[in-house]
Design a protein around this ligand. Structure first.
Ligand SMILES: Nc1ncnc2c1ncn2[C@@H]1O[C@H](COP(=O)(O)OP(=O)(O)OP(=O)(O)O)[C@@H](O)[C@H]1O
Ligand SMILES: [Mg+2]
Length: 328
C-alpha cells in the first residue's frame, strides 16, 4: 500500500512516499535562502513558494519511487498547526488529488507526524514523547495513536528556536541547531550556563534565560565555541532533567524524542545514557518532511481510524490533545 504525505506547515515543502510503513522517497524543498534576507519566514512568500514547488516535487517523488499517481492508495497532508496560508497550499493540493483519484484522505496533525517519525511499528503505547522543534517543546504521554495527554510545554521559546537565536547572536547561519552543534565540537571547554526551572513541580521548559545569558556573554566577547558548547549542554541538560523526572513520576520507561532538535547527537547521547528505552527518528525524518505525514496516515489506517472528510478545513491552531475531536 502506497501513501503520499505532504507537509507545507512552515517554510519547507515536504513530499514523501511510504510503502507498507517503509519510507521509500522523502523530498524536501528548502526555502531557507528565500527567507534569509528578511531574518525570518515571510508567510506570504512561503505560501507562493509552496505553490510553485509542489506539483514538480510530487512528480519527482513518484518518478523516484517508480510509480504513477494511480498507484497511490492513501493521500495525507498536514492540516495544522502552522502558518495558515502555507498549510492551505499543501492541504488543498492533497485533497484535490484525493478527490480526483477517489482515494481516502487523512488530515494529519503536524506533531502526530513528528511522533510517527520516531515510532517503531511494533512499539505499543503508553510511552512518553518529547517533541522539540522550531515551534514546539512539548512533552506528551502517548496513551494510544490519537490519544495524547500534555504533561508540559515551553513557557517561552521552543528549544529549536533558542538554538536558532543563539546561533544568530554568534553570527552563524540558519538553521542554528546544526551550526551550534558543529561549533561546540571544536572545543573541549564549555562556559557554564544555569539550568532553567530547577525547582518547578511540573514538567515545563524555558529557554529565554539561556538566550539572555548567551547575549550577555557575546557582549562581553566570550569565546564563541565555548559559549556554544555551554549553551548546548544547558539546553539539552534542561530537556533531559524535565523528561527524566516525568518518567520517574509517571513510571514510564519508554521515550520517543522527535522534532528537528532530536537530530542533535549530544542530545541523543544524553538520552541514551538515561536508563530508558529511547527512540529517535531515522536520519532525514526529524525535521519537517512529507514522509512523516505519510507514516502518521499509514498508522491511522492500520489502526482502523477513519479518513477525514474533504470538507474539513486546515487550521493554524490545533492542540495535539484535541486530535480526533475536530468534528465535535
Ligand atoms: N542538530 C541540531 N541540534 C539542535 N537543533 C537542531 C538540530 N538540527 C535542527 N535543529 C533545530 O530544529 C528546528 C527545525 O525543526 P522542525 O523542522 O521540526 O521544526 P519547525 O517546523 O520549525 O517547528 P514545528 O515542527 O514546531 O512547526 C530548528 O530550530 C533547528 O535549529
Ligand atoms: Mg515541524
Amino acid at each position: 500500500m502506497w501513501v503520499l504525505g505532504i507537509d507545507t506547515s512552515c517554510d519547507d515543502t515536504g513530499v514523501g512516499l511510504v510503502r507498507n510503513g517503509q519510507v521509500v522517497v522523502n523530498l524536501v524543498a528548502s526555502q531557507v535562502a528565500l527567507h534569509e534576507a528578511y531574518g525570518g519566514v515571510v508567510p506570504e512568500l512561503a505560501s507562493r513558494e509552496h505553490l510553485k514547488a509542489l506539483p514538480s516535487l510530487t512528480e519527482r517523488a513518484l518518478a523516484e519511487a517508480g510509480i504513477g499517481r494511480k498507484d497511490l492508495d492513501l493521500i495525507a497532508a498536514t492540516r495544522g498547526p502552522g502558518l495558515i496560508g502555507a498549510l492551505l497550499v499543501g492541504y488543498t493540493f492533497a485533497k484535490g488529488l484525493a478527490w480526483a483519484l477517489g482515494r481516502p484522505f487523512y488530515a494529519v496533525h503536524h506533531l502526530e507526524a513528528h511522533i510517527a517519525a520516531a515510532w517503531p511499528e511494533d512499539l505499543e503505547p503508553p510511552f512518553l514523547a518529547l517533541v522539540a522543534s522550531g515551534g514546539h517543546t512539548h512533552l506528551f504521554e502517548v496513551q494510544a495513536l490519537g490519544r495524547y495527554r500534555l504533561l508540559g510545554a515551553t513557557r517561552d521559546d521552543a528549544a529549536g528556536e533558542a538554538f536558532d537565536k543563539v546561533a544568530r547572536l554568534l553570527g552563524l547561519g540558519f538553521p542554528g541547531g546544526p551550526e551550534i552543534e558543529r561549533l561546540a565540537r571544536e572545543t573541549g571547554e564549555a562556559i557554564p550556563f544555569p539550568i532553567p526551572l530547577r525547582d518547578q513541580k511540573g514538567y515545563d521548559f524555558s529557554f529565554s534565560g539561556l538566550k539572555t545569558k548567551a547575549l550577555q556573554l557575546v557582549e562581553r566577547g566570550a569565546p564563541k565555541a565555548a559559549l556554544a558548547k555551554g549553551f548546548q549542554q544547558a539546553a539539552i541538560g534542561h530537556l533531559a532533567e524535565v523528561v527524566l523526572r516525568a518518567a520517574q513520576d509517571t513510571g514510564h520507561r519508554v521515550l520517543l524524542v522527535a522534532g528537528g532538535v532530536a537530530a542533535n547527537q549530544v542530545l541523543q547521547e544524553r538520552f541514551r545514557r538515561a536508563g530508558l528505552r529511547v527512540y529517535f527518528p531515522a536520519k532525514g525524518l526529524s525535521q519537517d518532511n512529507g514522509a512523516m505525514v505519510a507514516l502518521a496516515a499509514w498508522r491511522r489506517h492500520q489502526a482502523g481510524l477513519p479518513p477525514s472528510p474533504l470538507s474539513l478545513g486546515a487550521t493554524a491552531y490545533w492542540p495535539l490533545e484535541e486530535v480526533g475531536r475536530e468534528g465535535a
